[in-house]
Design a protein around this ligand. Structure first.
Ligand code: ADP
Length: 619
C-alpha cells in the first residue's frame, strides 16, 4: 500500500492561474501537441539524469535504459507519459509546476489583455509546455521521484486555480504524467488520444528525432527512429521535420523563419543545426535573456544555453551544435577558452550573418521580419563583435529622411548619394518626430541630402564605434563642423561677426564652450551641436538613467548669420556693447535652440520670465 502524508491544497500563482485559464478554454486548434510537450519534458529529464550521473558519481541510478513509455487505459480514458529521468522533489513540483518563473510574465499577460493578439500567437511565443495538457484534460495527475531521494510526490489538478500535492512512499524514480482525457469532440479538435494509431501518428510527426526510445506499453519496438536530425544528410530531411525539431528545442509553437544546417569537417568535426525564429521571444531584451544553442557531444546532450557558441547579440538563434571531439564532461568554463570551440563559434556567427544577408538580397519579406524582430539585438553586435563590423553594416537597416515608411540599408543610401557628397549623414535622437523638427536638418533638407535617423538607444553607442561604410565616413549632422554654404558668404559673415562672436561666447560661457557661425541653418536662428567626439545629450541621459556618473558636456551654439534676430543682435552689440538687454537676448537665443531640438532648459523659470518681459515690451 502506498502511504500518503502531508497532503495540501495549494493555489497556483496568479500568473500561472491566468495561463492555465487560457489553456483550459483554449481555442488552439492543434491540441495534439500536448503529447509533444510531455514527451519533450520527459526527454529533457532523461538528458538531465544522464548528465547528473556523470557529474555526481555517488548518485546511485541506473542509466542503462533511459526511456519514455506511453500507457493508455481506454476504460478510464487516461493517457500516461512516463520517464525514468531526473524526477522532481516536492519543492521542485511546487516551484516548477505551480508557478511560472519566467521574468516578465505578468507584464506579458497584461499586454495580452490589451492587445488583440490571439491566444494562439501568444501561447506559441510563451512556450507553455506542461500546461498544454489542460487543453485536452479534465484532470492531470503527476507522480514523480527525484533521483537519489527516497520519497516521491503526487500532484493533481483540474486546472481551476488549485492543486493537491502530497508526499508518497513508493514512487518509481522519474516522472509519470497522467492525463484524464476530455470526451472526443472533433469539432473542438479533440481526438481519441487513447487510440494506438493516433499516438503513433503524433509521435512520428513531432517527436521522431527524440534521442531516447518512446515505447507504447505492451509493444517492443520504439515508436520513434531516434535519428539525430543534424547528423542526417540535408537532402534527406523534410522541411516539416526541421520545423518540429525547432519546436522541440525552442518551446516555440510557431515554425522557424529560416533553417541553417551545416557541417564542419577536418581537424574538428561538428554538425550544427541552427534556426532563426519567426518572432522575438518576449524576454529578448531582458537582462537574464538566455542564449538558444545547445551543445551535444557525439549525439549526447551536454548543455543548454551554451554561451561559448553564440555571442549575446545573436541570443535569439536557436539550435544544436554537435561537436565530436570534446570530452563528455566538459565544463562551461573550459568551453569558453577552448580554441576549437572559438573557431566553431566564429563560423556559426559568419554563417548566421551571411544567411541574413542572403535573405536581404533574395527574400525581402523574411529579411524585414528578421530585422523588425531582432534588429535591435543585432546592432549590439557593433559593440561586442568588431571582427564582423562589415558584415553587420551589411545587414543593417535604418530609418532615413528618404522615405518615412521604409527603412534603408547603407548600400541603398550610398546609391542615392548626391554628386559631390562625401559623407553618410546621420542624426541620433529620441524620436523621429523630434529629429525631423530639429534645426540641424534644415540645410540638409534644403540641399536634398538624405540623413539617416537613428532613434534606438543602442544607435547612440554603435555610431561611436563605426567610422565608415564602403569608404565613406559616417558623419553626425549634430556634431563637428559641416560645410554646406558657399565659401564667399562664409568669409564675409566671418568678418562681419569678428567682434560679436568673442563677446557672445563670453556671455554664454556658463552654458556653452563656443559660439560660432553655422551653415546648417536656413530658417532657424540658432542650434546647438557637439564636437566630433562629444557625448550626445541623449547618451548622457542614458548613462545617468543607468546610474552612471558622467560629466556634463558643454556644447557649441551655432548661429545663422542670415537670420534677422542674429543680425539684429550683432548690430545692437556694435551700437552699444554695454546694453544689458544683449545678454538676455543671447540667453533666450540659446534656450530657443535647446527647445528646438527637443532638449531641456537648465533654468526654465528664468527663460519664461525673460520671454514674458520681451513679449510684454513688444505689445
Ligand atoms: P518548460 O518545459 O518550457 O520549462 P514546462 O511547464 O513544460 O515548461 O515545465 C516546467 C518545468 O518542470 C521544466 O522546466 C522541468 O524543470 C519540470 N518538468 C516538467 N516535466 C518534467 C519531467 N517529466 N521530469 C522532470 N522535470 C519535469
Amino acid at each position: 500500500m502506498v502511504r500518503v502524508s502531508n497532503q495540501e491544497t495549494l493555489e497556483f500563482q496568479a500568473e500561472a492561474r491566468q495561463l492555465l485559464q487560457l489553456m483550459v478554454h483554449s481555442i488552439y486548434s492543434n491540441k495534439d501537441i500536448f503529447l509533444r510537450e510531455l514527451i519533450s519534458n520527459a526527454s529533457d529529464a532523461l538528458d538531465k539524469l544522464r548528465l547528473e550521473s556523470m557529474r555526481d558519481k555517488d548518485l546511485d541510478v541506473d542509466t542503462s535504459d533511459l526511456h519514455i513509455t506511453i500507457d493508455v487505459d481506454t476504460e478510464a480514458r487516461t493517457l500516461t507519459v512516463r520517464d525514468n529521468g531526473i524526477g522532481m522533489t516536492r519543492d521542485d513540483v511546487v516551484e516548477l509546476i505551480g508557478t511560472i518563473a519566467k521574468s516578465g510574465t505578468a507584464e506579458l499577460l497584461r499586454k495580452l489583455k490589451e492587445s488583440k493578439e490571439t491566444t494562439q500567437d501568444f501561447i506559441g511565443q510563451f512556450g507553455v509546455g506542461f500546461y498544454s495538457t489542460f487543453m485536452v484534460a479534465t484532470k492531470v495527475e503527476l507522480v514523480t521521484r527525484r533521483a537519489g531521494e527516497a520519497e516521491g510526490t503526487r500532484w493533481a489538478s483540474e486546472g481551476e486555480g488549485t492543486y493537491v500535492i502530497e508526499t508518497i512512499e513508493d514512487a518509481p524514480q522519474g516522472t509519470a504524467v497522467t492525463v484524464h482525457l476530455k470526451p472526443e469532440d472533433k469539432d473542438d479538435h479533440l481526438f481519441d488520444y487513447t487510440a494506438d494509431w493516433k499516438i503513433r501518428e503524433i509521435v512520428k510527426k513531432y517527436s521522431d528525432f527524440i534521442a531516447h526510445p518512446i515505447r507504447l506499453s505492451g509493444a517492443d519496438e520504439p515508436l520513434n527512429s531516434m535519428k539525430a536530425l543534424w547528423a542526417r544528410p540535408r537532402s534527406e530531411v523534410e522541411p516539416a521535420e526541421y520545423n518540429e525539431f525547432y519546436k522541440h528545442i525552442s518551446h516555440d509553437w510557431t515554425d522557424p523563419l529560416e533553417t541553417i544546417h551545416m557541417k564542419g569537417e577536418g581537424v574538428f568535426e561538428y554538425e550544427a543545426l541552427l534556426f532563426i525564429p519567426a518572432r522575438a521571444p518576449f524576454d529578448l531584451h531582458m537582462r537574464d535573456g538566455k542564449r538558444g544553442v545547445q551543445l551535444y557531444v557525439k549525439r549526447v546532450f551536454i548543455m543548454d544555453d551554451c554561451e561559448a557558441l553564440m555571442p549575446s547579440y545573436l541570443r535569439f538563434i536557436k539550435g544544436v551544435v554537435d561537436a565530436h571531439d570534446l570530452s563528455l564532461n566538459i565544463s562551461r568554463e573550459i568551453l569558453q577558452h577552448d580554441r576549437q570551440i572559438q573557431v566553431v563559434r566564429r563560423r556559426l556567427v559568419k554563417k548566421v550573418l551571411s544567411t541574413i544577408k542572403d535573405l536581404q538580397a533574395n527574400d525581402a519579406e523574411k529579411y524585414k521580419t528578421v530585422w523588425t524582430e531582432f534588429g535591435r539585438a543585432i546592432k549590439e553586435g557593433f559593440l561586442e563583435d568588431s571582427e564582423n563590423q562589415d558584415a553587420l553594416l551589411g545587414v543593417l537597416s535604418v530609418a532615413s529622411t528618404n522615405d518615412p515608411a521604409e527603412l534603408t540599408t547603407l548600400a541603398q543610401y550610398v546609391e542615392r548619394m548626391k554628386d559631390g557628397q562625401k559623407d553618410i549623414y546621420y542624426v541620433t535622437g529620441e524620436s523621429r518626430s523630434m529629429i525631423e523638427n530639429s534645426p540641424h536638418l534644415e540645410a540638409f533638407r534644403a540641399k536634398g541630402y538624405e540623413v539617416l535617423i537613428l532613434t534606438d538607444p543602442v544607435d547612440e553607442v554603435w555610431v561611436e564605434r563605426v567610422t565608415e561604410f564602403d569608404g565613406k565616413p559616417l558623419q553626425s549632422i549634430a556634431k563637428g563642423q559641416v560645410d554646406l554654404g558657399s565659401p564667399e558668404e562664409a568669409e564675409s559673415a566671418k568678418e562681419e561677426f569678428a567682434d560679436f562672436l568673442p563677446w557672445i561666447t563670453a556671455a554664454l560661457a556658463d552654458e556653452v564652450k563656443e559660439v560660432r557661425l553655422s551653415s546648417r541653418l536656413t530658417t532657424s536662428p540658432a542650434c546647438v551641436v557637439g564636437d566630433e567626439h562629444d557625448m550626445t545629450p541623449t547618451l548622457e541621459k542614458m548613462y545617468r538613467a543607468m546610474g552612471q556618473e558622467v560629466p556634463h558636456t558643454k556644447r557649441i551654439l551655432e548661429l545663422n548669420p542670415g537670420h534677422p534676430l542674429v543680425k539684429g543682435l550683432r548690430e545692437a552689440h556694435a551700437a552699444n556693447a554695454e546694453n544689458p538687454a544683449l545678454t538676455e537676448t543671447a540667453e533666450l537665443l540659446h534656450g530657443m535652440a535647446l527647445l528646438a531640438e527637443g532638449g531641456d532648459l537648465k533654468d526654465p523659470a528664468k527663460f519664461t520670465r525673460l520671454l514674458a518681459d520681451r513679449l510684454t515690451a513688444a505689445l
